[in-house]
Design a protein around this ligand. Structure first.
Ligand code: NDP
Ligand code: GDP
Length: 323
């Protein structure tokens, strides 16, 4: 029998990869979409005719109840969020409302309308923040370092609480940074690969950046959405860390991206205090042994392959735009 899935955040990076995966598996996919003056469908243009869109917003409880009613989902993937750490200092209240309380709005919509639906919450390694142990695992205490991280901690615990209070099948995936050619251009990976392409094509002369010393555990979004799906196929709901188990500095990222285009990053990168954050997460490194053992999840794309894939994609995009 065909399964129905409701994805919030369908227009974002992960929403687009997850929709592709679920369509391949034969799901009927419903996507919660915000009304915008101009449609933002760049990531899902190629599959937009296969998705049934429902207008709604995490801040509008009625619209979420409506979305659950219309989609009658077997599985709900709550990926929507104000997801950029930098913006969370400029818009801390909105970030708390959407990324934090928005989770309760979605859980309530499921509880009131279809409590037996399986629910996935997009939690984040940013919850570990100023890490108290390395590597970070499911039991590592949280110490968030940004309004985004604080909001994600709330979203994480309310998901655990609904599982324990109402016996809902609710899982929280603690995903470390994951990137792709569809990543927003404000995030460091895409900012760098987009700049490399523009510099290579002669339409940008420098790249202004913040802290090059911080370390992240970066994986490929296409691999990570498979873990989301696997979490909802188990006998019991649980929480899992999803990561690569490798950490790299921002400087290493910059070096690999520029040299893939035969450029020396030192000729172009300028440190600009504007991009240094009020509080930094210095080091993230996840241990996903639990996910490997219990979900059978495996990673396919390495850090090097990921960066090169993103540079190649941005080179093609920039070439096309100036043709
Ligand atoms: P994106 O920023 O690419 O996508 C966010 C999505 O949320 C967009 O579709 C956006 O819609 C939607 N959205 C924003 N605000 C609202 C709102 N008020 N109501 C409804 N929808 C809204 O994020 P990613 O795809 O990268 O990440 C998916 C989720 O995973 C997010 O919750 C993120 O915080 C979390 N996460 C991501 C990690 C990563 O490395 N990518 C790591 C760990 C967690 P619109 O297009 O209209 O703006
Ligand atoms: P985050 O881990 O969710 O905050 O992902 P980002 O891609 O936004 O940032 C990753 C790291 O890159 C952080 O430690 C940032 O401080 C660092 N960084 C350094 N320069 C920049 C920059 O110009 N933009 C962004 N977004 N991050 C930068």
């Amino acid at each position: 029998m065909t399964k129905n899935a409701l994805i919030t955040g369908i227009t974002g990076q992960d929403g687009s990869y997850l929709a592709e995966l679920l369509l391949e598996k034969g799901y009927k996919v419903f996507g919660l979409r915000r009304r915008t003056s101009v449609p933002i469908l760049e990531n899902i243009n190629h599959i937009k005719n296969e998705i049934e869109f429902i207008d709604g917003d995490l801040l509008d409880q009625g619209s979420l109840i409506n979305a659950v009613r219309i989609s009658n989902p077997d599985e709900v993937y709550n990926l929507a969020a104000q997801s950029f750490v930098g913006t969370s200092w400029d818009q801390p209240v909105l970030t708390g409302q959407v990324t934090g309380l928005g989770v309760t709005n979605m859980l309530e919509a499921v509880r009131l309308t279809k409590p037996e639906a399986r629910y996935y919450q997009a939690s984040s390694s940013e919850m570990f923040g100023k890490v108290v142990e390395t590597p970070q695992v499911e039991t590592t205490p949280f110490y968030p370092r940004s309004p985004y991280g604080v909001a994600k901690v709330y979203g994480h615990w309310i998901t655990v609480n609904y599982r324990e209070s109402f016996d809902m099948y609710a899982c929280s995936g603690i995903l470390f940074n994951h990137e792709s050619p569809r990543r927003g251009v404000e995030f460091v990976t895409r900012k760098v690969t987009d700049a490399v392409a523009r510099i290579k094509m002669g339409i940008q002369t420098e790249l202004r950046m913040g802290n090059l010393d911080s370390k992240r555990d970066w994986g490929f979004a296409g691999d990570y959405v498979k873990a989301m799906w696997l979490m909802l196929q188990q006998d019991k709901p649980d929480d899992f860390v999803i990561s690569t188990g490798e950490t790299h500095t921002v400087e290493e990222l910059v070096e690999i991206a520029f040299s893939h285009a035969d450029l020396n990053w030192r000729d172009y990168v300028v440190i600009d205090p504007k991009f240094v954050r009020p509080a930094e997460v210095d080091l993230l490194l996840g241990d996903c042994t639990k996910a490997k053992q219990q979900l059978g999840w495996e990673l396919e794309v390495s850090f090097n392959q990921l960066v090169k894939m993103m540079v190649d994609s941005d080179l093609a995009k920039v070439q096309q735009s100036i043709r």
